[in-house]
Design a protein around this ligand. Structure first.
Ligand code: FEO
Ligand code: CA
Ligand code: CA
Length: 745
């Protein structure tokens, strides 16, 4: 997540302060949704919860999921030579046995003994032989970034590539497409001397570089079967950058709606670009899902624009954080074009300027905030914004277990303080014949379906409330915002969720689905305002104080938690569920009513964010933290969780009752990796043989005062720890075992 509160632009030798503040987009839920304290306090009985949970029998039917999980005896990864370790890679390990990595503040990626971390793909690296290698002292042109790695690597998925079909193959580990997000940019190090402004305008080449450094990378990689060494195939025809300017199509409920009409596409069928791509997902048919998170901060809207807007438009703009007088994060709208069309820059100003929406960019903000589908194997067709899944600060999208004949569910978070957890359930039932069906399969499963938002009750039960025009009060007579169509409901999903009384959560980030039982895990990273503007409740139960570096005091839900839910009868179509809190982030030394999961020095963590169940059932948890970084850099842990209801009732330090999962041990939660200085660890995927795991290091050295005084020199430090001059760059890291064995096996 973007955490810098202000952006500095260099102007001649002066530094100009941009008035952009992240709170514009982080804290906009002023709805008066019912809080749990308004709901009748219900007695929480551990026994009743377990009984309910057990009634939905644990379904151990492991469907053939995207990244493998196959029980195919001919699995190529099991052939050819003696395996270095006597481990069945398709089996979940009984306990974690790698050596836990100690908390540290080193400027390097630290991995367990016997493991090796190698930098694979860093900001600016070329993906086309016609473009040279990155050079700190010779920053390449903005346009060249159409063929270079973007910045701020985030969500990421490995897709096996079948050499005969040239399509997706869940069993292939030696050749594949690695697809990843570039969430935003660190302008300080992206440009030769940091970002500049001349007479109030951003220079065009800088803005082209910034727009192109956003989006998604598709890169082919190959892995040596014996050494497990991974390399980027620089001349692959699959290598491709999708940027903040790439043409995209709309599909689903809002496609063609006047709400999405712009001068670029008055018929509301297309837009240009995707940005702030944070968490990710993948579909069972072999496509990538990228999420548009903090999109709203890219737009400016001047004072006086409200006078030209309807009451409903103003309510919707404010609810998404674009109040009149908002400045944009990077000032892209200020460019005077010389190389590209002026229209590419003008679109970042959302003011009403013309008679109709089809002649200006008043609706440009409505064309972002969606779930975007990309077929990495098909570079000819445009990516598709799947509008039926709703518009909000999308973070991650996890598909339910893939079971033939069952509806697919897609679980999603809206990462802002007090925002909601959603799911979309396809009308179509899964048919394995759709594997490799590309965008046509996307049309089948992601356009028609039901969008829901979650409500968590204090007693460990919960409801999915449908967001459908004409249902649950979502109609013209709604008192806050009159809804007139399903396009209206999905485009302003936050307002619809407010209206039906969804539960305000502590910043929902990634979602993960346990392959063993279908349970859904959601990271709730933290919420400094929990206990103040957002009262505590059983699902968001902590409000406490924690000292940072002996000086600052953090408040609210300082360290975050991971909630999990189990659908009633294990059906993706269920409209109710049971839940508990799998894990509370905390410092190991924290009081027992704060450190409720019993974390120790081997596994304590703060601000869980990235999270993924590998197909064996190992849960990987990553942090994007600012509360424990006085003690340790951000990290990744491995976990072997139980199930909803395996713990007990608990009371937090602020007296709120909750349901906490079984306490963890060193064998069920263990620190696997610690990143370099001032980074977040995000994005996690593996080859289907479990012998290579990929992670992203985002924004190392993000607190550097200036391009000339970097506070991190990673990734150069990974091979030369004494380097004190290199620019910090976000990068993908591949981790393998020195003996070529299975990761965490
Ligand atoms: Fe981009 Fe919510 O992290
Ligand atoms: Ca994130
Ligand atoms: Ca502390």
């Amino acid at each position: 997540t973007f955490r810098t509160t202000v952006i500095f632009f260099r102007k001649n030798s002066m530094t100009e302060l941009s008035p952009y503040h992240e709170d514009q987009e982080l804290d906009n839920n002023t709805s008066d949704n019912i809080h749990f304290r308004d709901i009748l306090e219900q007695h929480i009985s551990r026994r009743s919860l377990i009984t309910k949970t057990a009634s939905g029998a644990v379904a151990l039917t492991l469907a053939s999921t995207l990244t493998g999980c196959n029980d195919d005896d001919n699995n190529s990864s099991n052939n050819g030579g003696t395996p270095p370790t006597p481990v069945d890679p398709n089996k979940k390990p009984e306990k974690l046995n790698f050596s836990p990595v100690a908390k540290n503040l080193n400027d390097i990626v630290t991995v367990p003994e016997g493991y090796e971390a190698t930098v694979l793909y860093a900001l600016g690296d070329s993906i086309n032989p016609a473009y040279g290698a990155w050079d700190d002292n010779n920053i390449p042109s903005g346009l060249s970034f159409e063929y270079r790695s973007g910045d701020c690597h985030d969500g990421m998925t490995f897709f096996g590539l079948n050499s005969s079909t040239q399509r997706y193959d869940a069993n292939v580990s030696e050749r594949g497409l690695l697809v990843m997000n570039h969430e935003y940019i660190n302008p300080t190090f992206l440009h030769p001397k940091g970002p500049t402004k001349v007479d109030g305008r951003r220079p065009e080449d800088e803005v082209i570089r910034e727009v192109n450094a956003h989006g998604v990378s598709v890169i082919e990689i190959k892995k040596d079967k014996t050494s497990q060494k991974v390399e980027v195939v620089k001349n692959s025809v699959f290598n491709r950058r999708i940027t903040g300017s790439t043409v995209m199509d709309f599909a689903g409920a809002a496609a063609g709606s006047t709400l999405l009409a712009t001068a670029y596409s008055p018929a509301a069928r297309q837009t240009r670009g995707t940005h702030n791509n944070c968490g990710n997902g993948y579909t069972p048919w072999g496509t990538y899902l990228t999420t548009e998170e903090n999109f709203i901060g890219y737009f400016a809207r001047n004072k006086g624009d409200d006078l030209k807007r309807t009451k409903s438009e103003i309510i919707a703009l404010n609810r998404y954080g674009l109040k009149e007088g908002s400045s944009s994060r990077y000032g892209w709208e200020t460019v005077k074009a010389g190389v590209l069309s002026q229209d590419l820059y003008d679109r970042w100003n959302a003011d009403v300027k013309a008679e109709t929406a089809g002649n200006d960019y008043r609706n440009a903000p409505n064309t972002f905030g969606w779930m975007v589908e990309i077929d990495p194997f098909d570079g000819r067709q445009n990516p598709v914004k799947r509008t039926s899944l709703g518009r909000f600060a999308h973070e991650d999208c996890r598909t339910s277990r893939v079971i033939a004949g069952e509806n697919l569910a897609f679980y999603m978070g809206d990462d802002s303080r007090g925002e909601y957890i959603y799911k979309f359930v396809s009308d179509a039932k899964w048919d394995p014949k759709d594997i490799n069906g590309g965008y046509a399969a996307g049309d089948k499963y992601m356009n028609a379906g039901k969008l829901y938002v979650a409500k968590f009750n204090n007693d460990g039960t919960g409801q999915w409330i449908e967001l459908a025009f004409g249902k649950n009060g979502l109609n013209q007579s709604n008192s806050v915002y009159p809804f007139s169509s399903q396009a209206d409901v999905v485009t302003f999903a936050r307002l619809a969720a407010d209206a039906v009384g969804a539960t305000k959560m502590d910043r929902p980030e990634w979602c993960a689905v346990n392959p063993e039982n279908g349970e859904v895990y959601v990271t709730l990273t933290n919420n400094s305002n929990r206990g103040t503007s957002y009262p505590t409740d059983a699902a968001n139960p902590r409000n406490y104080e924690d000292k940072y570096a002996g000086t600052k005091t953090n408040k609210g839900n300082v360290n975050g938690h991971i909630i999990r839910l189990r659908e009633t009868a294990d059906k993706t179509t269920a409209e109710s569920f049971n839940w508990d809190i799998y894990l509370f982030g905390a410092e190991a030394s924290g009081a027992a009513n704060i450190n409720l999961s019993g974390l120790t020095d081997n596994n304590d963590l703060s601000s869980p964010d990235g999270m993924w169940f590998d197909p064996r059932g190992v849960l990987w948890i990553q942090t994007d933290d600012g509360a424990y970084t006085d003690v340790t850099n951000c990290m990744m842990l491995a976990a072997l969780p139980g199930q909803v209801g395996d713990g007990a009732k608990a009371t937090t330090s602020n007296g709120t009752e909750t349901l906490v999962g079984k306490k963890v041990t060193d064998e069920t939660l263990r620190r696997f990796l610690v990143g370099p200085k001032e980074c977040e660890i995000t994005g996690v995927t593996m080859t289907p043989d479990y012998k290579a795991i990929f992670i992203n290091v985002q924004h190392p050295g993000e607190d550097s005062a200036d391009y000339a005084s970097p506070s991190s020199n990673w990734p150069a430090t990974q091979t030369n720890p004494s380097n004190k001059t290199a620019r910090p760059r976000s990068a993908t890291v591949v981790i393998t075992r020195k003996d070529g064995g299975v990761i965490a096996g």
